[in-house]
Each structure stands twice: as C-alpha cells, then as structure tokens.
Design a protein around this ligand. Structure first.
Ligand code: GLU
Length: 473
C-alpha cells in the first residue's frame, strides 16, 4: 500500500501555526514512507473562504518548504461529484430524504436536550415513504447510519476510541439546496484522492466517528486516523493572539528561518530522545506517529528563538546576507547601494553569532549600512563633546596620514590607535569611546577595530570627519 496523506486547510484566514505543524507531520509521514503528500483547499464555505487566505496558505507552505505532490485540489470543484455520491447512497438505500421543517428539528433538539440526550435527529423520515412528504418542503439527504453497536477508531495517536452509535444521529450529507455538508465532502474527497492516513488536529476526532459511519454506508475502506493534540500557549491555554504570533507569515516577518521553524514545530508534540536540533533528513528518517504525544504541546517562544539562533549560525555567510538583506532594507527604509551591501557582507561574521532572528540581525547591522552622516543616539552625542571631537580630529589626521588601505585591518588598527594614545598621553578609552560613537552612532557595538575594518578606510575616515565637523556649525 502506498501511503497517501493530505493537508486540508479551510481558507478562512492565514496559515495557522498549528496548521503548519499538521502539514509538517503529514509531509514527514509521506516522505518517511515514500508516499504522497497532497494538498486540498477546503473552500466549500464560500462566504468565509477568501483568495487572500488561499494565497497565504500556499505561500506559507512554500516558504516552509513543504511542497505538495500534484496539483492542489479545491474542494468546491468537487461538489457535483459529492452530490452524485449522495444520490448513489440514496439509490442503494443507505441514505434517505428527510422533509423535516426547521421548526420540527428545533423541537427535536429541545426534546433531546431536556432528556439529556445528545442525539438530535430522531429518525422521523428514516423509514417513512417520501410519498407522504409535505408539499413545498425541499428535502435534505441523510445517511442511514448504524443505530446499534459502537463505532470504534483505532487512532494512531489517540489509541482505541469508541463511541456508541446511539450517540450519533443520521447526518445530513446533502443540504436542501443540493450542496454537500462538510463531513460528507471530506469522506468523498479523501476516498477519491486515495488517502490512506488522515493526520489532523484532535479537534476533528468527533468528526472521525461520523466520517467512519459514512465510509461504512458507502462500503469504502476507512483510512487510518491520527489525531494530533493541539498546540497550546505557554500558559496551557488554547493558543491565541495574546500569546503571540499565530500565522506562519508572521514568523517569517519576525525573522525566523523556515528550517528553524520546521525543526521547532517538529519537536512540538513529537520527540526523538532528547534531540533538539534535527535536520530535515534526520526528521524524515526518524518520523513516525508512534512518537507523537497525546498531551497538548505548549508553545515556547524562547526555545524557538534559540533554535532559530542555531540555524542562523549554521547558515553560510553569503546565504545569510541574502536572507538578511530584505530585513535590513526594510528597517532602513531604502535599498542598499553596492558599498553598503559590501559592508553588510563583511559584517556578517560579527553579526551571526549574536542574532536570534533576522530582525535582530538587521537591527545590529544597521549602523554598518547606514548612509552618512549617520544618526547619533543621545549617549553618543553626549560623548562627542568639544574635547572629544578635538581628539578625533587629531586621530583622523594621523590615520589618514599613516594607515593606508592595505594596513586597514583590525590588528593593525588596534596597534596603531594604542600607540597613538601612548604617544599622545591619552587613555585608550578617551579615544576609543568617541571613536565608537562617531563610527556606530552609539556607545555599544562589537569591537571597534573590527568595526573599522568592516567599514573600510574611506567610510571610517568620512564618518570620523562627519563627527568632527558636526558640532562646528
Ligand atoms: N478543513 C479542516 C480544517 O481546516 C480540516 C479537515 C480535515 O483535515 O479533515 O480544520
């Protein structure tokens, strides 16, 4: 049997982080078993489905690197097929027309409620002759579900779960307007797409019982189910906006790398010993459903940031420049010129070990790529008082005269500035601090001589000159 799984989001919003994990588990399961990973957009609810949401889902999956096999299936295109299957069930006697009015159904609901039963529909039309139908009522089609016995699921995550068939009523499969209902469409589509394993959030567990009954009525093989626990916020409550980002696109904007988010989501509800950093190749080799926990996983933003920091450090420098560039340009509000790009590339080895996200990396990169005259923060401005600027003017002249382009590297600059301080009878801090303020616009930065090397001779001298003349006017 070839494994076929599917991710079946409803396009009513962004790609939720929980949905992304469901997609990842499906994808890994398919890859592990050399199977097929399909995508089905469940867009039958036309009032709530939007093109924007479809685009967000497709983009989000692509960004995460979860490529699906074949074309995406749009559930709304299958409605004629759903109706055809419903009519087939009708013809075979496994479904029937129900002519109950909304008022009758409401009475049944209230009665069941008063009697403490969950069964709502009482089977009024199950065995009644449609010839006795009231005039003018458009019927729905209901499946003739088993009434006695149990429906049992052998869930690959939840274990054996059983519900008494008395708890389940005859579900509507086709509405009076001829449109299929949700549970019915899912069954027909999963069957038509040859889905062998349904891996999804455990909020669909109750649907699985109903869907099983539909499969049985149709005489189709029931797929294996695996209902994975939902993701909770750090406080154990259902993950919501107040916990932080929910949409995959938000994580992208916050500067997370797809591989890091994949790694983090994988560990959220699945484990392989104590392994935290798991490459995609390892994940494919190791992933199976038996190691998926039954308890809801708690989202841990600190852990995600740490994993992301790891992936940033593991990214090749030139690749990281390309990844960071849009973030840097966005923060700066403009495109980088060639010289600034070059400075960014040179700064990457310094920036890389410290940043947990690309946003953080871009913030730290800011002064390297800024255009002259760079802006100074209040502390830096305070440091650059008249005596400090006088010292910088002198240092500028010395550097300009004595250090050429070939010598413009961190060790040489450090030696030069230290010697300069010795000769001029100055403490290193008296020179280095204003120098840092002038070159970076702040009091804190990576090692100042490394900064000078990255900025290069021309840019460093020009920034120094800017600082010297700044207070002049
Ligand atoms: N469309 C459903 C959802 O977005 C998923 C249905 C399924 O996986 O069976 O929650």
């Amino acid at each position: 049997m070839t494994v076929t799984v599917r991710f079946a989001p409803s396009p009513t919003g962004f790609l939720h982080i929980g949905g992304a994990r469901t997609a990842l588990f499906n994808w890994l399961y398919a890859k592990h078993h050399n199977g097929t990973f399909r995508l089905r957009i469940e867009d039958t609810d036309k009032a709530r489905s939007t093109q924007e949401a479809i685009d967000a889902i497709l983009d989000g999956l692509k960004w995460l690197g979860l490529a699906w096999d074949g074309d995406a299936v749009f559930q709304s295109n299958n409605q004629a097929r759903h109706a055809e299957v419903a009519r087939q069930l009708l013809a075979d006697g496994h479904a029937y027309y129900c002519y109950c009015t909304p008022e009758e159904l409401e009475r049944m609901r209230l009665k069941a409620l008063a009697e403490g039963r969950s069964l709502r529909y009482d089977g009024t039309w199950r065995d009644r002759d449609p010839k006795t139908a009231p005039p003018g009522v458009k019927p729905v089609i209901r499946v003739r579900a088993e009434q006695s016995g149990d429906t049992m699921l052998d869930d690959l995550v939840q274990g054996t779960v059983t519900v008494s068939n008395q708890q389940l009523d005859d579900l509507i499969i086709l509405r009076a307007d001829g449109t299929p209902t949700y549970n019915f469409s899912v069954v027909v589509d999963d069957h038509d797409m040859s889905v062998t394993h349904v891996i999804r959030g455990d909020d669909h567990l109750t649907n699985a019982f109903r869907q099983t009954q539909i499969y049985k009525a149709l005489g189709w093989t029931v797929p294996r189910f695996a209902h994975i626990p939902l993701i909770h916020g750090p406080d154990g409550q259902k993950m919501s906006k107040r916990h932080g980002a929910l949409g995959v696109q938000e994580y992208r904007k916050l500067g997370y790398l797809p591989a890091a988010l994949r790694n983090y989501l994988l560990r959220l509800g699945w484990s392989h010993g104590d392994d935290e950093i798991i490459s995609t190749a390892q994940a494919i080799e190791w992933f199976d459903l038996d190691a998926v926990g039954r308890a809801a996983a708690r989202f841990d933003f600190v852990k995600l940031a740490n994993i992301n920091g790891h992936y940033i450090r593991a990214t090749a420098d030139d690749e990281l420049v390309a990844l960071a560039l849009p973030f840097v340009e966005e923060q700066l509000g403009q495109k980088l010129g060639a010289a600034a790009r070059d400075r960014l590339a040179k700064a990457i080895p310094d920036l890389k070990p410290r940043a947990k996200t690309l946003v953080e990396l871009a913030e730290r990169a800011r002064f390297y790529v800024a255009q002259r005259p760079i802006s100074l923060d209040p502390d830096a401005r305070k440091l650059l008082d008249d005596p400090a600027r006088a010292r910088l003017k002198d240092l500028h002249a010395a550097l300009d005269l004595m250090v050429d382009g070939r010598q413009w590297n961190a060790p040489h600059l450090e030696r030069f500035v230290k010697d300069y301080c010795g000769t001029a009878n100055l403490k290193l801090g008296d020179v280095a601090q204003p120098l840092r303020a002038a070159l970076t616009g702040s009091r804190a930065s990576p090692g100042i001589f490394e900064v000078m090397a990255v900025l290069g001779r021309a840019e460093s001298l020009a920034r120094l000159a800017d600082a010297v003349t700044a207070g002049a006017g």
